[in-house]
Structure formats: structure tokens, C-alpha cells
Design a protein around this ligand. Structure first.
Ligand SMILES: C[S@@+](CC[C@H](N)C(=O)[O-])C[C@H]1O[C@@H](n2cnc3c(N)ncnc32)[C@H](O)[C@@H]1O
Length: 241
């Protein structure tokens, strides 16, 4: 693998909170400044203040996102429980990456569908192949632009966004599009890193839960922290009336 990709991935991993891939050049924990986006070629700030990473080479990222060790701090079953799923629901997993949550949700909605979005074409390719491999015919991976989830109005029952909210640029504009995609009774669940988390993005990109709740309130959603994990908060909106 090219050294720039190694470096970039190491910095991103340090930022996003998972263990570095085995081939990463420096096994020691990265100092906080090493995770600064400006230090890596693929990193830059969005205009709206969100953090942008390149997430190419899905196979390498799968070693990180789907590392079984993640389960201990991520507690995926507790996160999925927050979605209060029913078997025929349609669920959007925004910025689904390699499908860590999308495959779990797909199994929980056998008569429904998971729309797993990402802006990285290689993640879409990877998830499509993963769904085939794991026999999940109800998982559809969809390439979307950074500023639009491209969900049809009133088309989904649940939306999950894990470790992605802090990557978004104009979050209020994005949230408005998510709200319009929710069906009546629909809910949005956001998981992101606490300000004092041991893992996660650099401090300047972390979002206080109160700020995320205020962003959701600005688009008409009432939300609160419904679960606290070791390093993350889980924010759930009240059902859309
Ligand atoms: C830290 S990873 C999290 C992946 C997955 N949610 C998980 O928990 O394993 C962030 C993912 O979000 C994607 N992403 C970042 N900004 C996005 C956007 N505006 N729209 C869609 N996907 C985005 C990235 O390409 C990457 O795959």
C-alpha cells in the first residue's frame, strides 16, 4: 500500500476512534495533534465546519470498522435497540462505511429494507458485495453526495447516523433533508463521540450533545440523549408526528 494512504489512514483512524490497521506505520497511540486534518493530504474542513476524510480502500477500512474488538466499546446491540425496529421497516444508515451497522439492521428487518448510503464509491462496492456474501437481499448500498442523503420524501421509518454527524458540512441543511425523508412516526438516531472520549476525532471537531440536539431542534425535531456508551452518546428524536 502506498505510504501516503498508510499515513492518511493512520491519522483518520486516530481521529475516528478505532484501532489503526495492522499495516499502519506507527503502532504507538497518536498524539492529539497528529490527528489534525490539516496534517494529512486527504483531510480538509468542510465549509460548514465538518471534518472530511478520504475513506478509500474499503478492505483496509473493514479491518478497522469491523474489528471484533470494536464491539466491546461500540455495543452495537444496544445502539440497534435504540432504533426500536419492527421487521418490515425501511431504515437508512447514513455514512454506513463497510456496513458494520447496516448488516445488523438488515437482519433485524427481514421484511423491510436497509438503505446504506456513503459518499465513497469503494464503500458502496464493498457493502454491495458484503450483502451478497451474507445473503442480505434487503440491504441496498447507495452512493450519495456529501450534502444530500438522496432519500425520497416520507420513505423511511428510521435513520441511523454513526460517527458521521461531525463529518457533515451544513448540518442543519442536511438534517432538513433527513426530516423530510422520515415517515410519520419516524425516528432519527445519531451516535457520535463525547467531548472527553478516549477515541474519536480531534477536539475541534467533536460536538457536544447539546449542540447536536439544538441542530435537530432547528429543523423541528425534539431529541435527547437516550444512551451513553463508553466514548459516545446516542441521541434519539421523538417520533415524528
Ligand atoms: C467513521 S466512518 C463510520 C462508518 C459507519 N457508520 C460505522 O459506524 O462503521 C464515516 C463514514 O461516513 C462516510 N461519510 C462521511 N461524510 C459523509 C456524507 N456527507 N454522506 C455520506 N457518507 C459520508 C465516510 O465515507 C465513511 O465511510
Amino acid at each position: 500500500m502506498h505510504v501516503n494512504l498508510h499515513l492518511s489512514m493512520f491519522l483518520v483512524v486516530a481521529a475516528c476512534g478505532a484501532a489503526p490497521p495492522p499495516a499502519a506505520p506507527a503502532p504507538a497511540p497518536a498524539p492529539a495533534h497528529a490527528a489534525e486534518p490539516s496534517h494529512a493530504p486527504e483531510h480538509k474542513d468542510h465549509d460548514g465546519g465538518g471534518m472530511h476524510h478520504g475513506f478509500k480502500n474499503a478492505e483496509e477500512w473493514a479491518k478497522v470498522f469491523d474489528d471484533p474488538a470494536r464491539d466491546a466499546w461500540q455495543e452495537p446491540d444496544r445502539v440497534v435497540a435504540e432504533l426500536a425496529l419492527a421487521p418490515a421497516m425501511t431504515v437508512a444508515d447514513i455514512g454506513a462505511g463497510t456496513g458494520y451497522f447496516a448488516v445488523r439492521i438488515a437482519r433485524a428487518v427481514p421484511r423491510g429494507e436497509v438503505i446504506a448510503t456513503d459518499l465513497e464509491p469503494d464503500m458502496i462496492r464493498f457493502m454491495t458485495e458484503r450483502a451478497q456474501r451474507e445473503g442480505l437481499t434487503n440491504l441496498r448500498a447507495v452512493l450519495t453526495p456529501a450534502d444530500d442523503p438522496e432519500l425520497a420524501p416520507g420513505s423511511v421509518d428510521r435513520i441511523l447516523i454513526v460517527d458521521v454527524w461531525h463529518h457533515l458540512g451544513d448540518r442543519a441543511a442536511y438534517a432538513r433533508k433527513l426530516v423530510s425523508a422520515l415517515r410519520q412516526g419516524g425516528q432519527l438516531v445519531i451516535v457520535d463521540f463525547k467531548l472527553d472520549a478516549k477515541r474519536g476525532p480531534p477536539a475541534k471537531f467533536r460536538l457536544a450533545p447539546a449542540d447536536v440536539i439544538a441542530e435537530l431542534a432547528s429543523v423541528g425535531l425534539t431529541a435527547k440523549v437516550t444512551l451513553e456508551l463508553a466514548d459516545q452518546y446516542v441521541i434519539t428524536t421523538r417520533r415524528k408526528p
